[in-house]
Design a protein around this ligand. Structure first.
Ligand code: PGA
Length: 252
């Protein structure tokens, strides 16, 4: 089901499993059209099913990742290398370690870098030198964040060090099993995300319905980072019914 009611494309599917399959189909299609594609990828609970489906497509359908280039959206600052909650570990556990990526083409911000500002600059240059992002997949925070760009992030921002909001740290506390959630992170910036040639935002569950509605129906404002996508020429919101439940009408 899709709607032209909004400025960006919106597709609403039954549940999280259907969202995951639909997202994987978009990624796989782009890789088949352009095996050397540059992807900018998210972490979190939302994309886990998409990664599982991509791994299945690799094993059962021969989908190859070998010539593609990967960047991740964000990483905590200050976790020791190999910490299970780091996004580096997440990506190797859920995707990179399970398919045929070329490790030389895999990039996650280094949250252990001695000079994080330098690391941000290096990462931004890496994205630019790769030719720019062909497809960016995003989750959305309950506060409307994308990557770790919290409300108030400038639409002109580039990869940088950010302070995490209390709500984000609370939402992610489960990954740290009671331990402290880092206060700072590196995130790819809003402008860098916007420059992606194609963007797919995934949202699943009732707890995302408010943020989704604000991002799609509200004004384009830095207070709701995902609202920036309303201005993007090729963005898709891929939602399950619960995440779409605060939109004015059922999209049919
Ligand atoms: P989640 O996080 O997928 O774990 O809900 C999404 C986000 O904060 O971007």
């Amino acid at each position: 089901m899709s709607s032209t009611e909004y400025r960006v494309r919106v597709e609403v599917v039954e549940d999280r499993a259907a969202m995951s399959r639909a997202a994987a189909r978009v990624v796989a299609a782009r890789l088949r059209e352009n095996p050397g594609a540059v992807l900018l990828l998210p972490t979190g609970s939302t994309p886990i099913g998409m990664y599982r489906e991509l791994v299945r497509m690799h094993r059962e359908e021969g989908l190859s990742f070998a010539r593609a280039t990967f960047f991740n959206l964000d990483e905590y600052l200050g976790l020791p290398a190999g910490h299970p909650a780091s996004y580096h570990e997440y990506m190797w556990r859920n995707l990179y370690g399970l398919v045929d990526v070329d490790p030389g083409r895999v990039h996650v911000p280094d949250g252990t870098a001695g000079d994080p500002e330098d690391e941000c600059e290096r990462y931004e240059v890496g994205i630019r030198e790769s030719g720019g992002v062909d497809l960016c997949v995003l989750g959305i925070g309950r506060n409307g964040h994308i990557g770790f760009n919290e409300p108030g992030s400038s639409f002109a921002s580039r990869t940088r060090v950010v302070e995490l909001s209390r709500s984000t740290r609370r939402a992610n506390a489960g990954d740290f099993g009671g331990g402290a959630v880092p206060k700072r992170a590196i995130t790819v910036g809003m402008r860098t995300i916007f420059e992606s040639r194609e963007i797919v935002l995934l949202a699943s569950g009732k707890n995302k319905a408010g943020a989704v509605a604000e991002a799609l129906k509200g004004p384009v404002t830095e207070e709701v980072p995902a609202s920036m996508l309303q201005e993007h020429p090729r963005a898709l919101f891929l939602l399950d019914h619960e995440a779409a439940s605060s939109l004015r009408r059922r999209v049919a």
